[in-house]
Ligand binder design. Sequence first.
Ligand code: ARG
Length: 458
Amino acid sequence: SSNQMWGGRFASGPDAIMEEINASIGFDKKLYGQDIRGSIAHATMLAHQGIISAEDKDKIVHGLNTILSEIESGQFEFSRRLEDIHMNIEARLATLIGPAAGRLHTARSRNDQVALDFRLWVKEELQRTEKALTGLIAAFLDRAEEHAETVMPGFTHLQTAQPVTFGHHCMAYVEMIGRDRSRVRHAIEHMDESPIGAAALAGTGFPIDRHMTASALGFAGPTRNSIDTVSDRDFALEFLSIAAIAATHLSRLAEEIVIWSTPQFGFIRLSDAFSTGSSIMPQKKNPDAAELVRAKTGRINGSLIALLTVMKGLPLAYSKDMQEDKEQVFDAAESLELAVAAMTGMVRDMTIRADRMKAAAGSGYSTATDLADWLVREAGLPFRDAHHVTGRAVALAEQKTCDLADLTLEDLQSIHPQITAKVFDVLTVEASVASRTSFGGTAPNEVRKQIAWWRARN
Ligand code: ARG
């Protein structure tokens, strides 16, 4: 048999393969809540404008609410023959309320309907993301405060560079995740326009009020161009690009957690709650959650590229290609939610091994820059000369297999006669960290100022 929604001109039903490739109900059933809310707003507006009767509107709204509870209690039977969530709901409405159901689709198309449903879903997902990111920032702020004075090696090229504090390192992630959150907020503003009423692509001749539906659905206003409205999936692309950038940040944290928890680094101990054992090696405690977060990034990036590629070169306005938008967004959203939750848990639960961090911070000649700076300040050397002198001190320490601070005054004076015993004050990791008082620097007081700045905004 042919389709009851659009089958008027069709003599026979679809091939089985056609039905299979065409159906989206398997994944777009997720949009049932948005679809029903959208339909209630649309029907209410139609009645307000005198396009349908108040009685029909009441029947429609009542029927839609019945369907909502049927779906939520698991009683609703989804049918692939009815393609998608929109037609599944409308068909059920017809069974429940009879001919009045057929009036709901006046001045509407599935093209503006799906644009509305999906936009509402993405907007809500962005609101959930904003909350989740706020929780991760809060976790980092707590750890940063706790470890504002905990010295660790800072790295460039993954080689020991200069001592920093663990609190400062945590605050680097706060900045990254704070940018993600502000991208989320901007995206919510960007997409805050209602598609419903664009109809198939050209608008409609019925005297609808798009401002009314827009405000009923919590949008700032209606979209301005009906052709763009049904072709636009920027909101989905923006969500995916924000997710990809956020996941990229999380992957860097995941990688650091993996490295830090190795016996070789030993900077942190993972909580039992976020690690797993090995079925053969009894000693193992593996950072699986961090590894999976690192891997989810690949999956989210894949979704972004997939949808960009679907949209690339599509002529205006709606094409069925766009049905492929939803699985990518749903999958990326689920992955990102999991990744943020896992990271929030790991950040809160991990044990910081301050002794190991401090020992590592002091090795690898991490205070060489402090020696060079001292020569500039106290002996008046140009920085380039001070750099050279310090390089020779490092070479001597390397030759004697000791740290810079372990060289004797004689050793140092053999390299440059103006060096005095006072130099040892700047060669400790604590002194090095305390001296970095420039705005945004690693000195504990500076880091505490940044924590306070973020606390006021979290
Ligand atoms: N299931 C479709 C989608 O997700 C709904 C819109 C269908 N519109 C149409 N003209 N066939 O894109």
